[in-house]
Write a protein that binds this ligand. Structure first.
Ligand SMILES: C[S@@+](CC[C@H](N)C(=O)[O-])C[C@H]1O[C@@H](n2cnc3c(N)ncnc32)[C@H](O)[C@@H]1O
Length: 220
């Protein structure tokens, strides 16, 4: 068996690489979250598709393992954006379940790459922080403060729904970051139905932001 973890971009199928398309078309089984699978829906017509949720994924993956472990079958597990960014909890678990030697990772275009392009910032000069993780985010919060004190551009994946723009602003204010010295570009639904909110950090509008959100904070 071969298990491909494939980044399929942030949502618009135009951002799926040619290589990812070829592998997805060759798959016997496709397993993943509904939102991500929707991105590749035109490539998987008539395929054996299994939808997972946070609750069902362990059982579904172990069933797939039982079915194909002694075969030449190909299973594709698509990831939003790139599977090597902000997906490590599930990627590490899949490496355990299926065995590292059976896993092949194919890169995709990450939401942070698209945000960097829209914001015209160099990724290598930014601090990139994902808060989209389970559990404690104190270390990530510290990194954010440190980067802003050093006046770095920061690209953030907030955490739905307890560390969203308004929480981030409150947290920075509490930690004596001079909000007036930074601009924020808030990108929602990148590549599909995009919306940009642009404001000084102390003037970010309070509204319901999407969970598909990347924030770029730039020193003024
Ligand atoms: C679990 S992380 C996955 C990141 C993904 N692996 C990547 O490379 O973009 C999920 C978060 O990615 C961000 N994201 C994914 N797609 C997005 C999009 N189209 N627009 C804005 N943010 C997006 C959001 O912050 C979302 O909550």
């Amino acid at each position: 068996m071969k298990i491909y973890l494939i980044g399929v971009g942030p949502g618009d199928p135009d951002y799926i690489t040619e290589r990812a398309r070829k592998i997805i078309k060759s798959a016997d089984i496709v397993v993943g979250y509904r939102y991500t699978i929707n991105t590749i829906k035109d490539l998987i017509i008539n395929k054996d598709v299994r939808y997972v949720t946070l609750k069902t994924q362990e059982e579904i993956y172990s069933n797939v393992l039982k079915e194909i472990k002694d075969s030449e079958k190909i299973c594709v597990i698509p990831f939003t954006g790139d599977s090597c960014f902000s997906e490590s909890e599930i990627v590490d678990r899949l490496r355990e379940i299926f065995g590292d030697k059976n896993i092949i990772i194919e890169p995709g275009i990450s939401s942070i790459q698209v945000a960097a392009a829209r914001a015209k910032v160099a990724l290598d000069k930014c601090k990139i922080i994902t808060f989209h993780i389970t559990g404690n985010i104190d270390k990530e919060k510290e990194e954010l403060i440190y980067a802003l004190k050093k006046r770095k551009t920061v690209i953030i994946l907030p955490r739905p729904w307890d560390f969203m723009p308004k929480h981030i602003v409150e947290f920075l204010k509490d930690n004596k970051i001079e909000l007036k010295e930074f601009d924020a570009e808030i990108y929602e639904r990148l590549t599909h139905n995009e919306e940009l909110t642009y404001a000084r950090l102390d003037e970010i509008p309070e509204k319901e932001y999407s969970d598909l959100i990347v924030i770029v904070i730039k020193p003024r």
